[in-house]
Design a protein around this ligand. Structure first.
Ligand SMILES: Cc1ncc(COP(=O)(O)O)c(C=O)c1O
Length: 383
């Protein structure tokens, strides 16, 4: 008798917003898409030839299975950290195919089925899936906004229970753009609970500040895993390479066990690992272009919305702008009317579990002309 796993409890039907967008596109309507978060689509000058050349230069394709990944690749990552901040030893770096996979691996390391992981809200919607696929429960702690975002550390403390196995921090968070501050880190790392710090957007600061933490897995008082990868920091999600930096008092015991998990899959591919030193160089150029675009687009958003009845929330980093709209209609009505009447796609705030309505989330890596036109249409719709 066929029976599927209870981990897959989601509805498999298309949501109404995606269905609307598909219908519009099928009927020949061109939509301005402000949700593009894929750098390989968003940049016409994307360095495909340079990346292909870096792969073509890989002469040695012998397979040497190593649970933590190719040592040269890990040395190159370690050197990149050392060049702009605290360093991390190659021995404390483990490669995976993606940050998403890194989460899965760490949930396997830290949790039994039914155990709990604390995750910020609002945040990135994939956590629900990543956790459920490992039979782990998500418990939310709150981020609050009062002109800038911060962790509600009381809410975090209250949510810690018998089965809490890790605290996830997204630094800076997607989509709120809030960086982890030194004072917050002192509290989060004081509970004795392992921390998973998702640092994929740290290379994209939007506001100057000296108290942002950029690498949690360094001199940490608690077992800490910092996640990063080519996907965001080098603008190369298609290359499928990410890493986990491990630090803290139990790092050695954690590494032994992590080695066994990673040895079971060996999922990071050889060509990308061998080409990594060169990919990181190419990625530095791409990162500079992305940072320039996200900063300009955010400035454009503030300029275009200035004096209107909607505004972008303060963002400290990352690739998203959250625009607050007057609650004269529901968020759903706003987002669908922007598609139907203004031919413009934004992500709704509820997609990220924003605590109230109404918000439209725009990707800051959208090509600038599309971004500016989309925001002008939003302003007109709201006036
Ligand atoms: C906060 C955050 N972490 C991780 C990821 C996924 O990265 P990867 O492509 O390495 O799985 C994303 C993708 O949008 C993200 O927003």
């Amino acid at each position: 008798l066929l029976r599927f796993s209870h981990r897959l409890f989601w509805s498999f039907s298309q949501n109404s917003l995606s269905a609307l967008i598909d219908r519009q596109r099928r009927s020949g309507i061109t939509l301005l898409d402000l949700t593009v978060s894929n750098p390989t689509e968003a940049f016409t000058g994307y360095p495909s030839a340079l990346i292909a050349a870096a792969l073509a230069q890989v002469a040695d394709l012998r397979y040497r299975p190593e649970p933590f990944g190719d040592l040269h690749a890990r040395e190159a990552i370690s050197a990149t950290y050392a060049s702009h901040g605290p360093s991390i030893s190659p021995a404390r770096l483990a490669l995976t195919a993606s940050t998403s996979e890194a989460y899965a691996v760490l949930f396997k390391l830290l949790c039994d089925p039914g155990d709990e992981i604390l995750v910020p809200v609002p945040s990135y919607p994939l956590f629900e899936y990543l956790a459920a696929l490992e039979s782990v429960r998500i418990v939310h702690y709150r981020l609050e906004y009062d002109g800038s975002w911060y962790i509600d550390t009381d809410s975090l403390r209250r949510r810690i229970g018998q089965r809490t196995r890790a605290i996830v921090i997204v630094n800076p968070n997607n989509p709120t753009g809030s960086f982890l501050k030194r004072a917050e880190w002192a509290i989060v790392s004081s509970f004795g609970i392992p921390v998973i710090s998702d640092e994929v957007f740290t290379a994209y600061p939007l506001a100057p500040a000296s108290d942002f933490i950029s690498l949690a897995a360094t001199d940490s008082p608690v077992l800490t895993f910092s996640l990063n990868g080519l996907s965001k920091s080098a603008g190369m999600p298609q290359m499928k390479l990410a890493w986990i930096a491990i630090d803290g008092p139990e790092a050695a015991a954690a590494s032994e066990r992590l080695e066994l998990i990673l040895d079971t899959y060996l999922s990071a591919n050889t060509p990308v690992q061998r080409a990594l030193p060169r990919l990181l160089e190419i990625g530095a150029g791409l990162r500079a272009s992305i940072l320039d675009r996200v900063r300009r687009n955010l400035q454009a958003a503030n300029r275009i919305l200035g004096g209107s009845n909607c505004h972008a929330l303060h963002a400290e980093g990352g690739w998203s702008a959250i625009v607050q709209l007057p609650r004269i209609r529901s968020e759903e009505a706003w987002i669908t009317s922007l598609v139907r009447e203004r031919q413009t796609i934004f992500q709704p705030g509820y997609f990220f579990d924003m605590p109230s309505e109404a918000y439209a989330v725009a990707s800051l890596i959208t090509p600038p002309e599309i971004f500016a036109e989309g925001l002008s249409r939003l302003r007109q719709a709201a006036s």
